[in-house]
Design a protein around this ligand. Structure first.
Ligand SMILES: [Zn+2]
Length: 338
């Protein structure tokens, strides 16, 4: 089963090979300064509504549906998010409101978000397992979190709160001006930023997720090519049949080489490249870690701020040009990182 951000849940591979990676990731996570109150806020039992000094949590009038609504506001910046719940989910919504509010505060702080009053993605706690959130033009995206009949979260939905939501809030920031990024940039950045937050919310879940990604990256047996991840591309055979013998020989020895076209293709020549899907997520995050190691965290944030400052689609080649301008290095080696 693939979850909302593409990680494979219940991985056999994990059980077989990754225990040492879990221990390594847990050790790494231990260097993160803990905030024990925040840990408690992300695991509070039903009936509690944890308070945080930097947050206001207020009742909000829900204008539609039969859902209750809390508004969680970050003091100082007035950033906020809405937390919807049906009747059977109200207690868990209250118990996790501070945990969710801390996530938007943390993402904004880490990326250097200078906005005031920004609305972030919403969540809907619901016992309706078939619930599909409405997509309403001009309203924040709503992420469903499924609640058990007893009002609690199962493991997958707990992970949705402490693992997936910080990641999705990073995507929300990336798109604040309507920017569309190449997949490796949006996913790598979202994992890289959220990996700095998730260990503060639930270190065990975060260590498992980190180890799972590392194990999958280590186990991948094909070339990682982030440049073309997520694009629809013609099958390699369709190009091979149209190139010179010299180019064919080079394509066979260099999996990243494609000679310039033009080529003609039929419908059958195209594939949506889903191979290495999970390893690509890990490789994309690794690319950002290497950028950070090379140039420092602040420089990577400044680059992403600039890259997402204007709306529209940013092509892969525009990203490479921007890397070159920003760092004096187009960092192509990052795209095949493993
Ligand atoms: Zn994502």
């Amino acid at each position: 089963m693939i979850d909302a951000i593409g990680r494979t849940v219940c991985s056999r591979l994990w059980e077989k090979t990754a225990m040492h990676l879990l221990l390594a990731a847990a050790a790494a996570a231990l260097t993160t300064p803990y905030d024990s109150e925040l840990l408690l806020a992300c695991s509070a039992p039903l009936g509690q509504q944890p308070e945080r000094a930097n947050l206001s949590i207020i009742e909000d009038m829900a204008s539609d549906e039969e859902l209750g609504r809390l508004r969680v506001i970050v003091k100082g910046t007035d950033h906020f998010m809405l937390i919807y719940s049906d009747a059977g989910s109200e207690r868990i919504a209250r118990a996790r409101a501070a945990c969710l509010g801390e996530q938007i505060a943390a993402v904004a702080r880490i990326v250097g978000d200078a906005r005031q009053g920004a609305e972030w993605h919403s969540v809907v706690f619901t016992q309706d397992q078939d619930y599909i959130p409405p997509r309403i033009e001009g309203q924040a995206v709503r992420w469903p979190i499924h609640v058990q009949p007893d009002g609690e979260l199962d493991a997958a939905n707990h992970e949705m709160v402490v693992g997936t939501m910080p990641h999705e809030q990073v995507h929300d920031w990336q798109g604040r001006n309507g920017t569309r990024l190449p997949r490796w940039v949006s996913e790598g950045h979202a994992f890289w930023v959220s990996s700095k937050i998730a260990p503060l919310l639930d270190p065990i879940v975060a260590a498992h997720a980190a180890a799972d990604g590392m194990a999958r990256l280590a186990a991948v047996d094909e070339e990682i090519d982030l440049a073309s991840w997520g694009s629809v591309r013609p099958r390699r055979e369709a190009i091979l049949r149209q190139v010179s013998p010299e180019d064919r020989a080079r394509m066979e020895t260099d999996p990243l080489f494609t000679p310039p076209g033009p080529f003609t293709f039929t419908q059958d020549d195209f594939e949506l490249d889903m191979s290495n899907e999970v390893a690509n997520y890990a490789a994309a995050e690794e690319a950002f870690r290497r950028l950070e190691a090379r140039y420092g965290q602040a420089a990577v944030h400044a680059w992403m701020e600039q890259l997402t400052a204007s709306g529209g689609t940013i092509t892969h080649s525009a990203v490479m040009t921007s890397l070159e301008e920003h760092f004096g290095d187009n960092a192509t080696d990052l795209l095949t990182a493993r």
